[in-house]
Ligand binder design. Sequence first.
Ligand code: ADP
Ligand code: CDP
Length: 221
Amino acid sequence: MSLPVIAIDGPAASGKGTLARRVAAAYGFAHLDTGSLYRAVGVLLLRLGKDPGDADAAAKIARALKPDDTILTDPDLRGDEAAQAASQVAVVPEVRAALLDFQRGFAKHPPGDARGAVLDGRDIGTVICPDADAKLFVTASVEVRADRRLKELQERGIPAIPSDVLEDMKARDARDSQRAVAPLRPAGDAFVLDTSAMNAEEALAAAIAHIGSKTGLGTRR
Ligand SMILES: Nc1ncnc2c1ncn2[C@@H]1O[C@H](COP(=O)(O)OP(=O)(O)O)[C@@H](O)[C@H]1O
Ligand SMILES: Nc1ccn([C@@H]2O[C@H](COP(=O)(O)OP(=O)(O)O)[C@@H](O)[C@H]2O)c(=O)n1
């Protein structure tokens, strides 16, 4: 029997990563932040001195990526340079194809003794796990998301100009939602969760209510 899979998608800084981690903890599931795969490909490409638009080099790196590669936990992945490079390699169909097996493998056989899997990204409910047991599309206004990202940068001591953060967010939104392959959009059967006026606790409660109604699953606590 296959283990339950929860798909969580949404734009940058919508809170999908925070929600995915909390949902995974609540149900005893393993969590995969699929954005880190695209970020890893982008960072490795930059470290090789290649252009983030070099599709052949990006595809080669994506095909070689393994679950225990140290790049997946490298702090460089969290920077804005990595985010921009990630959204550039993410438009390459060969990169997406190479990362598909990695993600489906995790969903089918989550590590450790996890009782299921939570994957967060842009195309989990539409492409990677179209048969997921529950799908959430987390969103918030672009202004709220830019403000969250700005606070995050400030907390990490990274200087940032508010108008630049907002412009970067809009540029990435446009690239992610307008690309030809696996564009960012809610799956037809996704529950859309707008967190603009919700804190992380409220978002978790709404997600658990939806997952419970779809799957009958109960949380551990
Ligand atoms: N519902 C929420 N309300 C306010 N801030 C949030 C909420 N969810 C997440 N955050 C904060 O917003 C920032 C971006 O959240 P994150 O989960 O990393 O987003 P994503 O994975 O969608 O990029 C983080 O600093 C996080 O603590
Ligand atoms: N499943 C996914 C996850 C990320 N991505 C790409 O990778 C970039 C970085 O994703 P992320 O989830 O780490 O970014 P944030 O939303 O955390 O800012 C995105 O802008 C997308 O272009 C994707 O195309 N598909």
